[in-house]
Design a binder for this molecule. Structure first.
Ligand code: AMP
Ligand code: MG
Length: 320
């Protein structure tokens, strides 16, 4: 069942809390993408997330909290993590922190790690978690490895009857997943680029984020090479179209796309935030045309373009 948050916020929160209390999974809107939420402290409920999404069990979940006090019951905060939390939460930033021994999370939530990933979302999902009173584990509400859901209809189309309740709050305002930072001693390392740019983090906190992934070292379990993948093959930095391709353009393009079956504009004005908002819906829309492939125009590797290009590289990576 789909319930509109805009039309009846109180009923939506009550219905979601009842379902979550009963150990069910619920599709919820967040400012990044739609999440498939369950009580992070309930082992069977979290197990449902993994089975509905067909998510590998080694891929840990993000625990969403409504305030820093709830987050502090899960993890140890050092001065640098506290500064990041105070400056950037609520928002599209996830912190991977040392887990408290008394966090009360089953090992399935963190895939058996001694660290826990925490985020404070803004808007409706924050109010929902406050009403529920416990952290919600919530990965994106889509089959694992596929394109993430940025509308309630995407959730229903992808997960269908496996999810009894989906809350609809319209399209998500950011459109890509959260930025993930791991805090280790005084060191702040980028595990995944996302909705909050490292430039913005540096500007608001003065904290420098290490962005170079050390070669050969696995820093984030579950950061699969192929992910966010539509059915069609994806070709990047396309300055022309091959016969039968759908093209996703960016800005006023000087390129040659006459052979395309369709052209979708991520942002006609070359706005990277708008392109992020449109990215997943347009990858899904392109797929519906069942093209020979999806060709994507070059996207500048700055600001939000870093997260967009990360998702596009994974969408284009060889499939397992
Ligand atoms: P998703 O929920 O699919 O957007 O992805 C959450 C991602 O967070 C996972 O794929 C992991 O890479 C990362 N993550 C979650 N928990 C941890 C952790 N304890 N340590 C490192 N990475 C984590
Ligand atoms: Mg996901």
């Amino acid at each position: 069942m789909k319930l509109s948050v805009k039309e009846n916020r109180t009923e939506a929160i009550a219905a979601a809390c009842a379902a979550l209390d009963g150990g069910e999974v619920v599709g919820i809107p967040t400012e990044t993408v739609y999440g498939l939420a369950a009580d992070a402290t309930n082992e069977q409920a979290v197990q449902r997330i993994f089975s509905v999404k067909r998510r590998p069990s080694f891929n840990p979940l993000i625990c969403h909290c409504s305030d820093i006090e709830m987050a502090e019951r899960l993890a140890h905060f050092e001065p640098v993590s506290r500064a990041l939390a105070e400056a950037c939460w609520p928002g599209p930033l996830t912190l991977v922190l040392p887990m408290r021994a008394d966090a009360g999370l089953p090992s399935i939530t963190t895939a058996g790690l001694e660290t826990v990933a925490i985020r404070l979302p803004s808007g409706f999902s924050c109010d929902l978690i406050k009403a529920f009173g416990k952290p919600l584990a919530a990965p994106s509400a889509n089959i694992s490895g596929k394109v993430s859901a940025t509308s309630a209809d995407h959730v229903v189309a992808d997960l269908g009857a496996a999810v009894g309740l989906v809350l609809d709050d319209g399209p998500t305002p950011i459109g890509v997943e959260s930025t993930i930072l791991k805090i280790d001693g005084g060191e702040v390392r980028l595990l995944r680029s996302g909705g909050l740019t490292v430039e913005r983090i540096a500007a608001t906190t003065g904290i420098e984020v290490l962005t170079k992934i050390q070669s050969g070292k696995i820093v984030a379990p579950g950061m699969m090479e192929s992910h966010y993948a539509p059915n069609a093959v994806v070709r990047l930095n396309a300055v022309d179209a091959k016969v039968g391709e759908v093209v996703l353009t960016f800005g006023a393009t000087p390129h040659r796309y006459e052979l395309a079956v369709a052209i979708l504009s991520l942002s006609a004005s070359g706005n990277l935030e708008e392109a992020a908002r449109n990215l997943y819906a347009m990858l899904k829309g392109a797929d519906e045309i069942a093209p020979n492939g999806i060709a994507v125009a070059p996207i500048p590797e700055i600001g939000m373009g870093v997260a967009i290009n990360d998702r596009l590289r994974r969408a284009a990576a060889p499939r397992p």
